[in-house]
Design a protein around this ligand. Structure first.
Ligand code: GUN
Length: 284
């Protein structure tokens, strides 16, 4: 079998066009959705992500501000900045780009963001609400994966989903979202014994381990859906995912490429969450 390629770029474009229309409607009511991004230090990858977020905000007609703080900024200063943004009515979403320098307590920073402006969906209140199936800001990459499947017409109810990876940002929450949609979920990780035993039973595999070409054809059941969350560089410096694309795409039913699969959905769902937060102010 040769897999159908799930075109994340195309699906993201469609979603962004829908978001842009909604942004315009809100602007007509006098509300411009606003996102504040805080970048601490000078991590090259973080800077690239942050610039992309700003650019996408502009494209969709949203207001965006970038706050750049030096690597040496104190935790107190960062928390003060977040407090200021929590109270700023022009800002509906606050995102602190991770990772943060070692001297700053990431948990404290995340918990200081108002849950009403936590468009990353990292605040314990939003995580708890997601777990109990209540309305919440959903973390952008897991949410983007759910939209990719929905747009590709792939049903979830009753399916066996195997998540490989257990990060707070992707692995753990994506399993929860599948569970909320009535899938049977197995979590695997670096200490799982006999990974192939688990993955070879999966109707849907979510590869989120952060190791280049980790999931091979032998791990995959014929016709399975394979979602690749990895962004790695191989030995020659080429961008590649967690899935050995060439061999797995010969066996899977559906597959996401890297780049152009999950990646474009993350920013799109950030825009969606910022729009959602701005809309929420209409009812409060
Ligand atoms: N660093 C890598 N991914 C993310 C993300 O989704 N949000 C934030 N805030 N930082 C990140």
């Amino acid at each position: 079998m040769t897999a159908v390629i799930i075109n994340g770029k195309e699906i993201a474009s469609k979603k962004k066009a829908e978001i842009a229309q909604e942004v315009q409607k809100l602007r007509d009511l006098g509300i411009t959705p606003g996102l504040a991004v805080i970048l601490v230090g000078d991590n090259h990858a973080s800077r690239t992500y942050v610039k992309n977020k700003e650019k996408t905000c502009r494209e969709l007609g949203m207001h965006s501000i970038l706050i750049e703080l030096p690597e040496t900024v104190s935790q107190e200063e960062l928390l003060m900045k977040i407090e200021e943004l929590n109270g700023d009515p022009a800002i509906h979403g606050i995102l602190v780009q991770l990772p943060l320098p070692k001297h700053i307590d990431e948990t404290k920073v995340i918990e200081s963001i108002s849950p009403y402006k936590d468009v990353d969906g990292f605040h314990p209140i939003n995580i708890g609400r997601m777990m109990t199936g209540q309305d919440a800001f959903l973390p952008c990459t897991p949410y983007g994966i759910m939209v990719l499947l929905e747009e590709s017409g792939i049903s979830i109810e009753g399916k066996h989903v195997v998540v490989v990876g257990r990060s707070n940002i992707v692995g753990k929450p994506v399993g929860q979202l599948f569970l909320n949609q009535h899938a049977t979920v197995t979590y695997c990780h670096s200490r799982t014994k006999d990974l192939t035993f688990h993955t070879s039973q999966a109707d849907i595999i979510i590869a989120a381990v952060g190791i280049a070409n980790f999931i091979k054809a032998e791990h995959v059941k014929e016709g399975a859906v394979v979602i690749d969350v990895g962004i790695n560089r191989n030995e020659t410096g080429k961008l590649c995912g967690d899935v050995a694309y060439d061999e797995v795409s010969e066996k899977a039913g559906f597959i996401t490429p890297v780049p152009g699969g999950v990646g474009p959905m993350t920013i799109t769902m950030l825009m969606f969450n910022t729009l959602k937060s701005a809309k929420n102010t209409l009812h409060s």
